[in-house]
Design a protein around this ligand. Sequence first.
Ligand SMILES: Nc1ncnc2c1ncn2[C@@H]1O[C@H](COP(=O)(O)OP(=O)(O)O)[C@@H](O)[C@H]1O
Ligand SMILES: [Mg+2]
Length: 331
Amino acid sequence: MPQQAMPGRPAEPTKAPNLPTGQDGVDDTYVSRETPTREEDDPPLAMEAMRAVQILNPSGEVTMPRPERTRVMCVANQKGGVGKTTTTVNLAVALALHGNRVLVVDLDPQGNASTGLNVPHHTGVPDVYDCLINGLPLEDVAQPVEGIPSLWCVPATIDLAGAEIELVSVVARESRLARAITGYPGHFDYVLIDCPPSLGLLTVNALVAAEEVLIPIQCEYYALEGLNQLINNINLVRQHLNPRLEVSTILLTMYDRRTRLADAVEQDVRNHFGHKVLQAVIPRNVRVSEAPSYGQSVMTYDPGSRGATSYFEAAQEIAERGIKAEASRNA
Ligand SMILES: Nc1ncnc2c1ncn2[C@@H]1O[C@H](COP(=O)(O)OP(=O)(O)O)[C@@H](O)[C@H]1O
Ligand SMILES: [Mg+2]
């Protein structure tokens, strides 16, 4: 359980007056993110967040149960453009809007997750590079995401582009991120790490820091090609650096139901990965791709869109599966 607030944040969650309440006291909490400097620009975004919750979950019956301990999930696929960043951002917002405390770590020098969450990440902003290379504590670089209570982001600036090479000569180069995250315990229900499209040291750092890997797979012809390489890397990291690591979740993205191909890819992926594949599938949806240019997730940009409802379902499934896995571990 979180013991301490982020800098400038209240220590204990307070109830949001207008949010639907959850079932049992824990899930229905709302962390006030108000700070004096942001008060005047908070309301519109906060209103949008509340509207999103009401549209996605009108009866207030859906809860996304909080895990007993932090789930560190690495969103990885060395292919570019398969929906890693979109998935990271939208799952993070969906979970945060439903009572979870979430940290997004942007580990791609492109900084797309930072852009998508509208978190400043121009040169000079303390970022994940400072944590990896200079050993800066995570709490010094995490920024609150405007309008989304209990969501924070460690941004990536262009500095991170050099990290892949600079890390080579750094002590404990594979476990810098793991250290930064464990050095900052208890604050979050979820830490979602958005990986770059490569299998270099940045991705290795994410795999060492995480317990779970979430692989987004785009429903297109070459979907499974190259995945073996990712799985091999995951196995190597498990053998040598992080025995707890597992591929827990596969998410099908950019599904176009007008094509037979998408259906075939879905069958292939389900045959291959079985129960790891979420039932929820993310359709190709123009609202999803528009949202980042407004500095928003699709969850708040257009909560009624199929993109938003699908990510909402995916987040719910992830939360529930986590609770089931906990229960079987404790049994
Ligand atoms: N479900 C979707 N529907 C439509 N466009 C999408 C969807 N998911 C992602 N995109 C778009 O596809 C592009 C690549 O997605 P992105 O999440 O950046 O992939 P990655 O992080 O794996 O490189 C982006 O322009 C994004 O807006
Ligand atoms: Mg990306």
